[in-house]
Write a protein that binds this ligand. Structure first.
Ligand code: SF4
Length: 374
């Protein structure tokens, strides 16, 4: 199987860093004058020099997003299946070494949670779990999907990396999208944050989007955990990964998420802070580079930032999220994976989107937008 690894190995982290940090004003102006941007252009838009052009970048990002996706924001909600996990990730509340009550939803609990989401109008659900390969594994996922399928238009998943044949089973079961975040593309730093468990295998995780692409899944979601390493360099490697995947699996759609490290039980503080201004710059850079990319913002971000970003480049938002298994009705007090920042209800967020002249869409936007897709 062809993978991204040989391409990643060709790059030097330090050289990419040097290039980004030495970008000059004139280079940014040149990139902003272009209509079609490549990866080198994207790199320049991540630079400290480009921050001064944020207004220009935001207005162009807005224009591209509206032309490409219309004035719609797709809403979804996560459904946490389990907080069991066999990995140690030093930033996560579910880490194996955290002494918390572990829970995996049974069939009845799963349906109770699903009905709570349905009553909020949710049509697109994202199934999330810790990485417990023996209990929360492919058969558990397939069973959960068969129970939930009659109730939701779209089911996406964000669970441990699986084998290609398992992704094929998920594809046959009707899974819409699979999200898998590399967390950081810096090998040594990755090891420090993931000292134990299957997730400590950097290359197996790196190859995962290829296994998903080979299995023919409709959409792949990528991202890094912003705060583990320098966001500028990690984001360049994320974009390089997406560019490779788009060439390799051109029929697949791609989305990018921007999880910023949030407080969690027993977790470390971010090593690299990403300000709101720089997150905005990052979102604009992605939109200017790649007008097909779906851009997703979660409830990790606060109300004010999420509202501000609606017209600029976002296509998808989670809402009313609970990040613990059973969090909607079964066990609302259970420990969260991370603290949610935007705690508004689904109804409130829908109204806010409408007030801003946008349509809140409860299914994947491509089923409600009649414009040109590819
Ligand atoms: S980030 Fe995922 S794999 Fe790591 S401890 Fe948390 S749930 Fe487990």
């Amino acid at each position: 199987m062809t993978t991204f690894k040989p391409l990643l190995d060709q790059y030097s982290w330090d050289q990419v860093k040097k290039k980004i940090y030495s970008t000059r004003d004139q280079e940014v102006q040149y990139v902003l004058g272009k209509t079609k941007l490549d990866l080198t252009d994207f790199m320049m838009l991540l630079s400290p020099a480009a921050t001064a052009y944020l207004e220009q970048m935001a207005s162009r990002a807005q224009e591209i997003t509206q032309r490409r996706f219309g004035k719609t924001i797709q809403l979804y909600a996560p459904l946490y299946l389990s907080n069991e996990c066999q990995n140690i990730c030093t930033y996560c509340g579910f880490s194996m070494d955290n002494k918390i009550k572990r829970k995996t939803l049974n069939n009845t609990e799963l349906l109770l949670e699903a009905m709570a989401l349905k009553s909020m109008g949710v049509e697109h659900v994202l199934l999330v779990s810790g990485e417990a390969n023996k209990t929360v594994e492919i058969n558990y996922f397939l069973n959960a999907i068969s129970l939930l399928k009659p109730h939701f238009s779209q089911i996406s998943i964000e669970v441990q990396p699986l084998e290609q044949n398992e992704y094929e089973l998920l594809q046959q079961a009707g899974v819409h999208a699979i999200l898998v975040y590399q967390e950081t593309y810096h090998r040594e730093v990755y090891k420090q944050y993931h000292p134990k468990g299957k997730k400590s295998n950097f290359d197996y995780r790196l190859d995962t989007p290829d296994r998903i692409g080979q299995a023919g899944i409709h959409k792949i979601g990528l991202g890094v955990l912003l705060g583990l390493e320098d966001w500028r360099i990690d984001s360049f490697f994320t974009a390089a990964h997406i560019a490779y995947l788009q060439r390799q699996y051109w029929q697949t759609r791609y989305s990018i998420s921007f999880p910023r490290l949030r407080p969690a039980e027993g977790s470390v503080a971010p090593n690299f802070n990403l300000s709101d201004k720089h997150l905005l710059q990052l979102i604009c850079a992605y939109r200017l580079w790649n007008d097909n990319l779906e851009i997703s913002i979660s409830t990790r971000e606060n109300e004010a930032f999420r509202d501000h970003i609606i017209p600029i480049g976002v296509t998808t938002m989670s809402a009313a999220s609970k990040t613990n298994p059973g969090g909607y009705v079964v066990d609302p007090q259970a420990l969260e994976q991370f603290e949610v920042s935007d705690e508004r209800s689904m109804e409130t967020i829908k109204k806010q989107i409408q007030q801003m002249g946008y349509d809140p869409v409860m299914k994947d936007w491509e089923s409600s937008y009649s414009g040109f897709i590819y």
